[in-house]
Design a protein around this ligand. Structure first.
Ligand SMILES: C[S@@+](CC[C@H](N)C(=O)[O-])C[C@H]1O[C@@H](n2cnc3c(N)ncnc32)[C@H](O)[C@@H]1O
Length: 194
């Protein structure tokens, strides 16, 4: 992802997913897909029974592929209704027990301390490209922190170097343990709520 500012703009994503929904190529995974790079990392850190929230799911196969790998409790959100329509239609037609909801990651409609794992692949990166990036990322991190159970984990798969991403989590009002991992050329920020 370049620093093109349109990635921080909801209209950009709405148009992109409208085009995808009218094409033969409805699916796209940013960075890495589950089967070719993320599966081992996630299998070692996320239990199959965990209550998982995928934020900014887009038209990625991540939730589907995790579901087919045995993760039974996945909810995926995106603020673009067009993305949610593509993915919920796919899940319905295939009989997958997956929830796709139109929702803003900065204002989650979930109870406090109700989620085991929040997964982000490219969503903080997208917010970083837009106006008010610090404020938007802070709202996203506050919401993730609020909905995670104590001991719960947020996994953020990113192209952003540590000096530009650790600051999202390293705030006095959070009590996280912060780990930096790598999957090939990508950074993974894994933060665990104390
Ligand atoms: C770079 S794409 C990544 C999509 C997908 N996670 C993947 O790995 O392919 C960023 C996604 O974040 C979504 N997004 C950006 N800001 C959001 C927000 N505030 N709330 C929910 N979704 C958001 C966009 O609509 C887009 O689908």
């Amino acid at each position: 992802m370049s620093s093109n500012p349109s990635y921080g703009d909801k209209d950009y994503w709405d148009k992109r997913y409208e085009i995808a929904s009218n094409s033969n190529n409805q699916i796209y995974d940013w960075y890495k897909d589950y089967e070719s790079g993320l599966k081992d990392y996630i299998n070692h850190r996320v239990s199959k029974s965990d209550n998982i929230l995928v934020i900014g799911c887009g038209n990625s196969l991540l939730s589907e592929e995790m579901y087919l790998d045995g993760y039974s409790n996945i909810t995926s959100i995106d603020y673009s209704r067009n993305a949610i329509n593509i993915m919920s239609s796919r899940a319905y037609s295939r009989g997958y027990d997956l929830k796709y909801l139109e929702m803003d990651a900065r204002n989650l409609n979930f109870k406090d301390e109700s989620i085991d794992v929040v997964l982000d692949k490219g969503t903080i990166d997208a917010l970083m490209c837009g106006d008010d990036s610090s404020e938007n990322c802070d709202q996203l991190a506050r919401e993730a922190y609020r909905v995670l159970k104590p001991g719960g984990t947020m996994i953020c798969i990113s192209y952003g170097i540590p000096s530009s991403r650790i600051e999202v989590f390293d705030k006095p009002y959070f009590n996280w343990k912060i780990y930096k991992d790598r999957i090939e050329q990508h950074y993974v920020y894994r933060v665990i709520k104390n």
